[in-house]
Structures are given as structure tokens and as C-alpha cells.
Design a protein around this ligand. Structure first.
Ligand code: AMX
Length: 477
């Protein structure tokens, strides 16, 4: 097709007219198809009444039933294992890992629609599943992609804010600021100010949440551009692309199909990890004050920015690259063992290992490793080798060392052990940016539950705290 288009103005015009007719035909066909397809709001509206009934019955019939005792070690030990919050979309089993509405990651890889020409789960499919509990059809997902793309641009005040920040400010700090500033246009906050019924809260929370998810790629990509490629023009959003396809384009990597697919997988499977993790829990807590979804998620991003949580993916790469710098490329298991002990003996944690709940290798880590297994060029990369290759995998050495060290309850890799190395291979070498990608992803699960908390009318979160003296008194009583 390229030859005739470039051969003369007349042919060019004819081609443009034909292309435009075919575009109109395709758009009309798409509109017709979408007209008979449920929107995500309609799909959610259908499932809300049954859940409201379930909650009402549970409260009425079993409100006083016990879910277990509270131990002193839980109160002073970061509330591990304490069953204290409602989170419907995903459940984390210590041995098996995460299930999204009952589906494991491999189940999702089989059932959830991919992008046209792609194989990996896309963010819209995961969002639909998390929010409605249903596997969407391809038409539903395409419609959602278009809906998000159409809302994807940033308001000018947020562009100006981000452009005014020093490039030395951590990208996660910038992301949280941009998300908070988007609350200028919160429909929830505006409606609340006007006065709305509690039963309508969820519709505004949904509108804000979809708007925020839609705008995250443009916001996150603007931060990347400003910090690492100042002056580079940002392409406009393509209404025919999925959320992550657009994100990759805006980052400047849209032409690399494998990276786009990796980002789709990465962003879908990081989307939710039940409710107790620090970022999800923060969104839930803040939104329980009826703060709008934007500021609730901005708060969550600052929890994600801690090195024991989402920042670990940047720390893993820093640690692996230091290992390579110190030991060179011909690293043996023995070398890795020594490096691990050096880290532990200097009082630091081994980033990418251990977990607050998991007691086995993280299935998200496994899914990302399998992505590498199908691509020989990834397996040949020395940085990925450090994590993966049979002769020198950190994974093959670290669990035994951590067991011998004897502190961590889970000596196995978590998702962060591998995720950054693949980004590094594909050219996203700026590891301070990695947690931003995690932040684009975690919005799927955290905001889903903000919407459900409003649909179920959940109250202000307010647990009881105890002083040390009060704990001692309670034990003696
Ligand atoms: N390296 C060294 N020591 C570790 C360790 C690791 N990877 N993981 C846990 N430990 C230590 C803890 O620091 C703790 O030591 P302490 O008694 O001196 O305080 C002890 O082992 C017991 O900890 P635990 O009960 O096994 O873990 P936890 O629930 O308190 O913490 C986590 C979980 C993730 C914070 C911890 O494993 C850790 O710091 N890992 C490294 C950082 C990391 O990879 N974080 C990412 C987690 C996934 C995510 O949220 N993205």
C-alpha cells in the first residue's frame, strides 16, 4: 500500500478517500456492535444488589460470629494474619498465591481477552473481572478500551503542575501529586458537596475511578518524558488502542511489540493482591472517610513508594546490578551465595525475597519468568541471567541462604525479583521509574474496591488502638 500512497497527490487523495470510507464503515460497525454490548457500569449495576443482600444477611444473622482471636503478636507485629477488612475481588493463599474472583493467573491467561494481535491479558480485561466478578467478552473489553482512551488526556493544570516539578523529584512523588491534583474534577466530590443520597455514591466513585485509570498512562508517561527525555514530543492518545498499548506509545516504546505485551501482562497481574497490602489498604482507609477516589489513590501511591512494598522492584535491580559490577558476568552459584551473605551481614534485606503473606514462590514471579522462557533473546541477556539462567540464578541460591539466615518466614522470590530486569532489557533502564508502572497497575484493584465500598455502604474505618500498658493490663485481666 505504501508505494501508491507516495507516488503522487492524486493517488494519495484517492487513497485517503477510500481509507476514510473504510474508517467510517468500521466505526459504524463498531458502534453497532458496541450498542448491543454492556458497558462496565451496566455490568456492575447488575451484580450490586445480590452483594448488598449478602452483606445485609451476613450482618444480621452472623454479626456477632467470631473469625478468630487477636493475639498480642499481631497487634505489635503489623497485624499479620488479622482478619479485619472486607475485600471481595481477590484472595491471597499463602501457598498457592493470588486468585482474582477465584481465577488463578494461568486461568486468567486462558480466559481473559487479549489485545488484537496480542496474547497477554490486558488491563481492561482484568479491571472488568475485578470490578464485576465476570469474565468480559471481547466486545465488552474493546468498548471499555475505547471509553478509557477517550477520557485519557490530562487537564492542562495537571500538565503544568507536572512540568513545573524538578526532574530530580522522585517519579513516585510526582505521580502522587498529579493524581491528587486530578481531584479538581472529581464528580464524587462535586456531587457530595451538592448533596446526594448514599445509594448513589458508587456511581460517582465509578466515574472518578474510570477517569483516573484512563488518565494514568498520560500522567505516568509525562513524568517519564520530563525526567528522562526532556523535550521529546508526546504522541496523542489513540482511541483504537488498549490502555497499556497507549501507555507504551506515550513512553516511546509502542513499536516494541514484546515490550508492549510484557507491560500488558505486568500491569494486569500487579492489579490486585487482596486488601491488606499497604497500598490497597491505604486506598481503602482513606476512601472510607468519603475522600474522593483521586486523593484516596494518591495516598495509596505513597504507601506503594516504600522500599518494603512497591519500591522493591527498583531496589532489586540496583542490587542485581551491584552484584554484576562487583562479580562480573561469569558468576557462579558460590559467588551469588557470598554476595547474598554480604547483603544480609550488613543488616540489609535481600530485595525481591520474602512476603507478608506468601510462603511459596510468587505466581506473579513465575508468570513473568514464563514470559522470558518463550523468548530466547531475553534468556541471553546477562542481567536477566542473574535472576534466571540455570548456571547462575539468584533464585536457585537465595532461598537456601535465607533459610540458613533463619529470619524470613518466606525465603522465596516475590514478584519484584524479576519484573525490573525485563524492563531493563527492553530499554527502560531508569529503575527509579519502575514503581510508577506498578502504580499505574495497582489502581485497577484499589479503585475497584473504593467503588464497592461505596456500593456496599461500608463505614468509616476506625480500628481500636492500645497502649503498651493497656496490652499488659488486658493480658493480666
Ligand atoms: N531479606 C532479609 N531479611 C528478611 C527478608 C529478606 N528478603 N524478608 C524478611 N526478612 C526479615 C525481616 O526483616 C524480619 O526481620 P526482623 O525480625 O529483624 O525485623 C524477619 O525476616 C521476619 O520477617 P517476615 O515475617 O518473614 O516478613 P515480614 O512480613 O515482616 O515482611 C517483607 C515482608 C516483604 C517486607 C520482607 O520480606 C522484606 O523486607 N522483603 C524484601 C523487600 C521486598 O522484596 N519487598 C517487596 C514485597 C512485595 C511487594 O509488596 N511488592
Amino acid at each position: 500500500m505504501r508505494g501508491p500512497v507516495q507516488s503522487g497527490p492524486k493517488v494519495h487523495t484517492m487513497f485517503r478517500q477510500a481509507a476514510s470510507r473504510s474508517f467510517v464503515r468500521n466505526t459504524l460497525a463498531a458502534q453497532k456492535r458496541f450498542a448491543s454490548t454492556k458497558t462496565i457500569k451496566e455490568a456492575l449495576q447488575e451484580v450490586i444488589p445480590a452483594k448488598q443482600e449478602q452483606l445485609k444477611a451476613l450482618k444480621k444473622q452472623h454479626g456477632q460470629a467470631s473469625l478468630g482471636e487477636v493475639k498480642v503478636e499481631q497487634v505489635i507485629g503489623g497485624m499479620r494474619g488479622l482478619k479485619a477488612m472486607l475485600w471481595d475481588a481477590s484472595v491471597l493463599d499463602p501457598l498457592e498465591g493470588i486468585r482474582f474472583h477465584g481465577l488463578t493467573i494461568p486461568d486468567c491467561q486462558k480466559a481473559l481477552p487479549a489485545a488484537p494481535g496480542g496474547k497477554e491479558i490486558i488491563a481492561e480485561s482484568m479491571l472488568w473481572l475485578l470490578l464485576t466478578g465476570k469474565v468480559p467478552t471481547e466486545a465488552e473489553v474493546r468498548q471499555l478500551s475505547r471509553q478509557l482512551a477517550e477520557k485519557g488526556h490530562l487537564p492542562s493544570h495537571v500538565e503544568k503542575l507536572i512540568d513545573s516539578l524538578p526532574t530530580s523529584l522522585h517519579p513516585m512523588t510526582q505521580l502522587g501529586m498529579g493524581v491528587a491534583a486530578l481531584n479538581h474534577d472529581s464528580t464524587f466530590a462535586a456531587a457530595y458537596e451538592k448533596g446526594i443520597k448514599k445509594s448513589e455514591y458508587w456511581t460517582y466513585a465509578l466515574e472518578d475511578s474510570l477517569n483516573l485509570i484512563a488518565k494514568l498512562p498520560a500522567l505516568a508517561a509525562r513524568i517519564y518524558r520530563n525526567v528522562y527525555h526532556p523535550g521529546r514530543p508526546l504522541p496523542s492518545i489513540d482511541n483504537n488502542l488498549d490502555l497499556v498499548g497507549n501507555y507504551a506509545n506515550l513512553l516511546g516504546y509502542g513499536g516494541n511489540h514484546d515490550l508492549v505485551e510484557y507491560l500488558r501482562l505486568y500491569i494486569s497481574i500487579h492489579g490486585d493482591h487482596e486488601g491488606g497490602n499497604a497500598s490497597a489498604h491505604t486506598a481503602h482507609l482513606v476512601s472510607s472517610t468519603l475522600a474522593d477516589p483521586y486523593i484516596s489513590y494518591a495516598a495509596a501511591l505513597y504507601a506503594l513508594a516504600g522500599p518494603l512494598h512497591g519500591l522493591a522492584n527498583q531496589e532489586v535491580l540496583r542490587w542485581q546490578l551491584n552484584m554484576r559490577k562487583e562479580l562480573g558476568d561469569n558468576i557462579t552459584h558460590e559467588h551469588i551465595k557470598e554476595f547474598l551473605w554480604k547483603t544480609l551481614n550488613s543488616g540489609q534485606v535481600v530485595p525481591g525475597y520474602g512476603h507478608g503473606v506468601l510462603r511459596n514462590p510468587d505466581p506473579r514471579f513465575i508468570a513473568l519468568q514464563e514470559f522470558c522462557d518463550t523468548r530466547p533473546e531475553l534468556l541471553a541477556d546477562p542481567v536477566i541471567n542473574l535472576v534466571k539462567k540455570a548456571s547462575a540464578r539468584t533464585y536457585e541460591v537465595a532461598p537456601a541462604v535465607l533459610k540458613e539466615h533463619g529470619k524470613t518466614k518466606n525465603p522465596y522470590p516475590n514478584v519484584d525479583a524479576a519484573s525490573g530486569c525485563v524492563l531493563f532489557h527492553y530499554g527502560i533502564t531508569q529503575f527509579k521509574y519502575y514503581t510508577v508502572i506498578f502504580g499505574v497497575s495497582r489502581a485497577l484493584g484499589a479503585l475497584t474496591q473504593v467503588v464497592w465500598a461505596r456500593a456496599l455502604g461500608l463505614p468509616l474505618e476506625r480500628p481500636k488502638s492500645l497502649s503498651l500498658d493497656a496490652i499488659e493490663k488486658a493480658i493480666k485481666a
